[in-house]
Design a protein around this ligand. Structure first.
Ligand SMILES: C[S@@+](CC[C@H](N)C(=O)[O-])C[C@H]1O[C@@H](n2cnc3c(N)ncnc32)[C@H](O)[C@@H]1O
Length: 229
C-alpha cells in the first residue's frame, strides 16, 4: 500500500464523510450539461475517492467512444479500486496537474477540482489554453470557486507551490460567511444559516471533539449575543 493510500485525507482527519463535498452530489446537473454540450470525453483534475469519476464512467458507458480521464497525484483507495475495475475505460494519471496537463490527452470537457490555489489553477488554465486547438477551449467546469474557499488559497502540498506564489499558511482555521479572511469568533449560527455542508460539517466535528453540544439553545443565544456585542 502506498503512503498516499495510508494517509487519511483532510476530511477523514476531521471525521467527515468523503462524499460531503464531492461533485458527485451535482452529477445530475453535470451530466445534463455534458449532454447539452455534446461532450464526448471528460478529464477530471483532482478525483480523490472517485465519487464523481464513478458517475462519469456511468455516463461514458451509455455511448460508444466516450472517454474518461482523471488526474490526481494522491488517488485515494476507493479511486484506485474504481480504476482497477474500469480498466481501459479510465485513464488515471497519478501526477500533479501541472506535470500532467502539458502532455496528457485533453478532453472535450475538463473538470478542474484539484489543488485550489491561484498558482495551480492559473497554471492549469494556461496549459489548457496553450494546448487547445485554435480558438476553442474545452468546456471548463470549475469547482470550489465560492464559499468556503472563495478568494482564499488552499494547498494540498504547500511545499510544491513556489514560495513567491504561496500565501501565509493557517492551520485549523475557522471560516465564516461574510468574512473574507479567518474567523476568530464562534459563528456556528451563521454557518448553519448560510454555509456549505463542508464548513458546517467541519465545525460540528470540531465541537464533537471538544465534547460540546451541537445545537443547544444556549449556544445559539450566545452566538446571537456575541454578534450584537
Ligand atoms: C476536492 S478533491 C476532488 C474531488 C472530486 N473531484 C469529486 O468531486 O469527488 C481534490 C483532489 O485533488 C487532488 N490534488 C491535489 N493537488 C493536485 C494537483 N496539483 N493536481 C491534481 N490533483 C490534485 C487531491 O489529491 C484530491 O484528491
Amino acid at each position: 500500500m502506498s503512503s498516499a493510500e495510508q494517509r487519511p485525507g483532510r476530511r477523514e482527519r476531521a471525521g467527515l464523510d468523503s462524499f460531503d463535498s464531492s461533485l458527485a452530489n451535482l452529477s445530475e446537473l453535470l451530466v445534463a450539461l455534458l449532454e447539452a454540450a455534446g461532450a464526448s470525453s471528460v478529464l477530471e483534475v483532482g478525483a480523490e475517492h472517485g465519487h464523481l469519476t464513478t458517475e462519469l464512467l456511468a455516463w461514458a458507458a451509455a455511448v460508444d467512444g466516450r472517454r474518461i480521464g482523471a488526474i490526481d497525484p494522491e488517488p485515494q483507495a476507493r479511486l484506485l479500486e474504481v480504476a482497477a475495475a474500469a480498466g481501459a475505460d479510465l485513464e488515471l494519471i497519478r501526477a500533479p496537474s501541472l506535470d500532467a496537463l502539458g502532455s496528457c490527452e485533453l478532453a472535450y470537457a475538463i473538470v478542474l477540482d484539484g489543488d485550489h490555489n491561484h498558482h495551480t489553477l492559473s497554471g492549469e488554465l494556461r496549459l489548457i489554453s496553450q494546448r487547445a486547438p485554435g480558438a476553442s477551449l474545452p468546456l471548463l467546469l470549475l469547482h470550489d470557486i465560492g464559499w468556503p474557499l472563495a478568494r482564499r488559497d488552499s494547498y494540498h502540498a504547500p511545499e510544491q507551490v513556489p514560495a513567491a506564489h504561496r500565501q501565509p499558511l493557517a492551520h485549523d482555521a475557522l471560516l465564516a460567511p461574510g468574512e473574507p479572511g479567518l474567523a476568530e469568533r464562534d459563528r456556528l449560527l451563521w454557518a448553519m444559516l448560510d454555509s456549505s455542508a463542508f464548513a458546517l460539517a467541519e465545525r460540528i466535528s470540531r465541537l464533537r471533539q471538544r465534547g460540546e453540544p451541537l445545537f443547544s439553545r444556549e449556544r445559539i443565544r450566545r452566538a446571537l449575543d456575541d454578534e450584537r456585542a
